[in-house]
Design a protein around this ligand. Structure first.
Ligand code: NAD
Length: 254
């Protein structure tokens, strides 16, 4: 449970991949702090559930069906956000997919393109269409990378390379827009119990092996990652740009 309360009232945020997991936790925290939020996801049922949770707690949110790998879809989602809520202050570009296991020579080209399309092209497209709405009054963007954006993970080359790409893209965009009032950072989760990993953990009985990769002695929660994302968007991080914030129980330390 976070002990920090931000005041984002009057502000508007986009959270992609907010139908569940880290994105849902982030959307809930943004609205609890007073922001209105666009819940953007390909999963309409999960998106509607996130909106229902937010509204039940007295917050403001709208679901926009979005495929972050599609330029038209991202443009439409950003336009609908500004139409609905009148402005855009924050974005948590977080949508992601798990990649197929396999060594580099065995990864099908289509799988490479799929993973990069959602996670690297998706973050590029979101920033491309979000940034113009933030230039007049400033804003903050957090891109979800991963511990796998900082170190290698054999068998996961599309995932690892796209997340390394998200970090490079974040640093570059931070240098381009910091002086223009938009702070851009990344959050790098370690293993977090979300729908993305729950199935794998159950199917392969991986929990003890995953815990062993985290020096803190456990895996994390979506809320812990969302706390990092909200801090990066808040004025408490006013001098922080281009940073990759590890929220990972020490996963990248060894
Ligand atoms: N869970 C972990 O252990 C972990 C670790 C490191 C990084 N991450 C990253 O965190 C982010 C969130 O993952 P999560 O663990 O909450 O998983 P999740 O599966 O719960 O959430 C990912 C969301 O992204 C959505 N999505 C997938 N493709 C999309 C697309 N093309 N357009 C729009 N939305 C799409 C899914 O529908 C889902 O709601 C991802 O970028 C993931 O790579 C997760």
């Amino acid at each position: 449970m976070s002990q920090v309360t931000y005041d984002f009232s009057g502000k508007v945020a986009i959270v992609t991949g907010a139908a569940g997991g880290i994105g849902r936790a982030s959307a809930i925290k943004f609205t609890a702090a007073g922001a209105a939020v666009t819940v953007a996801d390909v999963n309409a049922d999960g998106g509607a559930e996130t909106v229902a949770l937010i509204e039940a707690a007295g917050g403001r949110a709208t679901f926009v069906a979005t495929d972050v790998a599609s330029s038209d879809s991202v443009q439409e989602m950003v336009a609908r956000t500004v139409e609905t809520f009148g402005r855009l202050d924050y974005a948590h570009n977080n949508a992601g997919v798990a990649g197929e296991e396999g060594s580099v020579a065995d990864i099908p080209e289509a799988e490479w393109d799929r993973v990069h399309g959602v996670m690297l092209r998706g973050v590029y497209l979101c920033m491309k269409y979000e940034i113009p709405h933030m230039l007049a009054e400033g804003g903050a963007i957090v891109n979800t990378a991963s511990g796998a954006g900082l170190i290698a993970y054999p068998g996961q080359s599309p995932y690892v390379s796209s997340k390394h790409g998200v970090i490079g893209l974040t640093k570059t965009a931070a240098m381009e827009y910091g002086v223009r009032g938009i702070r851009i950072n990344a959050v790098c989760p370690g293993t977090v119990l979300t729908p993305m990993v729950e199935t794998v953990i159950e199917e392969q009985q991986l929990e003890p092996a995953l815990i062993a990769l985290h020096p803190i002695g456990r895996i994390g929660t979506a809320e812990e990652v969302a706390n990092g994302a909200l801090w990066l968007c808040s004025d408490d991080a006013s001098f922080v740009i281009g940073h990759s914030l590890s929220v990972d129980g020490g996963y990248v330390l060894p």
